[in-house]
Design a protein around this ligand. Structure first.
Ligand code: ATP
Ligand code: MG
Length: 323
């Protein structure tokens, strides 16, 4: 970077990222917490005793620094499973695991889980929530959907409205669309200049690390469908009177920008899949397989978090409930 005449040299070094002013101790503490978080977000290394687990979800997790190309990932794949019937028992097993682990997470009241769902239109975010979280106690689980920002939201920094909604201790929170919209739709529609959205990948990584250090495990799913599959789903919305409410003429305009969106997703996923807050690219043309992959990944991540029921108060053994 060229020298900036207006800045003293030490300030310039800071701005160029040459150094952080933190002490070694501070850096080490943050590193330790991040390393712990990274073990939880590779749950197969913690909870699965015999490899390889099926579905092989590490296959779908994007490694930090890996550059993905969505056209190389088959949205139709479903491993050895051929039809919905074959996954029903397994899916139910994972739903029950999520239910029990969520109860422990809530009781422990120390840590929490943030699940980010992103997809192209009709990608299945709503359906995934409906099918994966069916058994969960609604008291311990919140869903937030993020649409076009309100005037108030738009007059703050872009993370403001998301930060406000991250999970409290003990909770599972699902973001149905999330802070990634600000490097997706915002980029595709030129809502801010390129140098503004470019720096956001960095801001997002730091934001997610901050959440991680606050005992929030962050996992992110991109539900990957093909352009053909989107066409089928849009047609089915048009044809079915009970589904027409989901159809917007705007969906057609957005569909014309398919390639631009795929490019924006590739960059977002490649730039922001970190060891502590990984992206999973889930083959999502088959809804039942998508549900299985997401449910299992969440169940295993919760198991790796391993929440514990707190001990009861001391001396409970001697207590007699009066008549
Ligand atoms: P979905 O399509 O996810 O099921 P929906 O159909 O219920 O959502 P829509 O109004 O179609 O609701 O989608 C919300 C719209 O808001 C999307 O087009 C999305 O890209 C847009 N949006 C979300 N966040 C932002 C943002 N930060 N800036 C601009 N537009 C945004
Ligand atoms: Mg929509």
């Amino acid at each position: 970077m060229s020298k900036n005449k207006h800045l003293p040299e030490d300030r310039e070094a800071l701005i160029n990222g040459a150094t952080y002013p933190e002490s070694k101790k501070t850096q080490q503490a943050a590193e330790k917490a991040t390393t712990y978080a990274a073990s939880v977000t590779a749950p197969e290394t913690v909870v699965v005793d015999k490899p390889p687990p099926k579905p092989n979800y590490p296959l779908y997790r994007v490694q930090p620094g890996e550059r993905i190309s969505l056209s190389d990932i088959d949205p139709n794949t479903s491993e050895h499973y051929r039809k919905k019937k074959e996954v029903m028992v397994e899916l139910e097993k994972h739903r029950q695991r999520i239910r029990k682990l969520q109860e422990r997470l809530y009781a422990e009241n120390q840590r929490s889980l943030l699940i980010v769902l992103q997809a192209m239109d009709t990608g299945g975010k709503d359906g995934t929530i409906k099918h994966v979280f069916r058994e969960v106690n609604p008291q311990g689980c919140q869903v937030w959907s993020f649409k076009i920002p309100s005037d108030e939201e738009a007059s703050h920094d872009f993370l403001w409205r998301y930060h406000h909604r991250v999970p409290q201790r003990g909770m599972i929170t699902i973001f149905n669309r999330a802070h990634y919209e600000d490097v997706l739709v915002v980029r595709v529609h030129d809502l801010v200049k390129e140098d503004v959205w470019q720096q956001r990948y960095h801001i997002i990584n730091e934001f997610e690390q901050m959440l991680t250090l606050s005992n929030i495990t962050v996992i992110k799913f991109f539900l990957h469908i093909s352009k053909d599959e989107q066409k089928r789903r849009l047609e089915s919305r048009l044809e079915n009177p009970d589904k027409q409410w989901k159809f917007s003429k705007n969906d057609i305009k957005e569909r014309r920008l398919w390639d631009e969106y795929q490019q924006a997703f590739e960059d977002a996923i490649s730039n922001c899949s970190t060891a502590y807050a990984p992206w999973y690219v889930v083959p999502a043309n088959k809804k039942w397989y998508r549900n299985l992959v997401v449910a299992r990944t969440i169940a295993d991540t919760l198991e790796a978090i391993n929440p514990q029921y707190p001990n009861g108060e001391k001396g409970l053994k001697n207590i007699v409930i009066p008549d």
